[in-house]
Design a protein around this ligand. Structure first.
Ligand code: CUA
Length: 333
């Protein structure tokens, strides 16, 4: 059943076509058009029957209103033809919608065998992406255009939900289990990734981007270690880049303002009061421990909610982040 005629017919007239519309962001994946076709078909079908039923109702209320005090209702039993028609026609439409929806659902649920495989890890409140073949870990999903991509997703804490509106894909990301999602991006560009399951304080800030690149750009990106090899950068500059790209900034300010975690301005060399009554001097080893095992020493007044970055930062990257934190100013040295 080909349904591509519906898209131009309906979406371009009333809602805007492939560049998006009043209700939908741009359709940038191979499955998005199928979702939109079905959505708009059901929408306009519902509007049609709403007008038909409510219109008939209003007409009958006026046409057959009680005209005098003594008027009796005429004795009608039933109309077999009419009753069969209004049971059979909606039933056929429902079956048609089911078959249509089921096909689209299966097609969006079963990834093609030749898909690029990427692992997605959700953790309050950031996404991280692993490219198992290439040893890359990023906080931005980079994919090639026109090739199927299979995401194998899991969470290390609570339930999140991976949602890319422009691709019309969304699936829960669970602890202790893998869920799978796939898409094929058809348009170059950056698209929003949202978390669609309330997961705590910073749920609404659990955002990321999916960047769709041409084949050549994608290969260059893979070859450069995901743009995070630090080649040609000073350690401090590389650390600053990582601080942003690894989403440290979501919770740690660098200007002294208090977020979910302590600000890192003027932290190096300072004495830090800890939960439990101890103190610690902020030095390289304490920073390293706080990045790889964040709950070992929790700063007084904060909750032990930071995700571990053990395994997500290579040695050179870890050093660069520490060098960057050092560069944010130091006390007592
Ligand atoms: Cu993760 Cu909401």
């Amino acid at each position: 059943m080909s349904t591509t005629w519906i898209s131009p017919l309906l979406t371009t007239t009333l809602v805007g076509g492939p560049s998006g519309g009043v209700w939908m962001p741009p359709a940038a994946s191979s499955e998005a058009g199928k979702v939109d076709d079905l959505f708009y078909f059901i929408l306009y079908l519902s509007i049609f029957f709403f007008v038909l039923v409510v219109g008939a109702m209003v007409y009958f209320v006026i046409r057959y209103r009680r005209r005098s005090a003594g008027q009796r209702t005429s004795a009608i039993t039933h109309n077999t033809k009419l009753e069969v028609a209004w049971a059979a026609i909606p039933a056929l439409i429902m079956v048609g919608l089911f078959v249509w929806g089921f096909k689209a659902y299966m097609s969006s649920s079963v990834p093609p065998g030749d898909a690029v495989e990427i692992r997605v890890t959700a953790q309050r409140w950031a996404w991280s992406f692993d490219y198992p073949k290439d040893g890359i870990n990023t906080s931005e999903l980079v994919v090639p255009v026109g090739r199927p991509v299979k995401l194998t997703m899991s969470s290390v804490d609570v339930i999140h939900s991976f949602y890319v509106p422009a691709f019309r894909i969304k699936r829960d990301v669970l602890p202790n289990r893998y869920t799978v999602l796939w898409f094929q991006a058809e348009e170059l560009g950056d698209y929003d990734i949202l978390c669609a399951e309330y997961c705590g304080t910073k749920h609404s800030a659990m955002l990321a981007k999916v960047r769709v690149m041409g084949e050549r750009g994608y290969q260059d990106w893979i070859d450069s270690g995901g743009g995070l090899s630090g080649k040609g950068l000073s350690s401090v500059a590389f650390g600053k880049l990582l601080f942003k790209s690894k989403a440290c900034l979501t919770c740690h300010s660098v200007d002294g303002s208090k977020l979910t975690g302590p600000s890192l301005l003027n932290k190096y060399g300072a004495l830090e009061a800890l939960e439990g009554g101890n103190q610690v001097k902020v030095d390289d080893n304490y920073l390293r421990e706080s990045i790889t095992n964040p709950n070992a020493k929790v700063v007084l007044g904060y909750k032990p909610v930071m995700p571990t970055y053990a395994g997500r930062l290579k040695e050179k990257q870890l050093n660069a982040v520490i060098d960057y934190i050092k560069s944010l100013g130091r006390k007592g040295q």
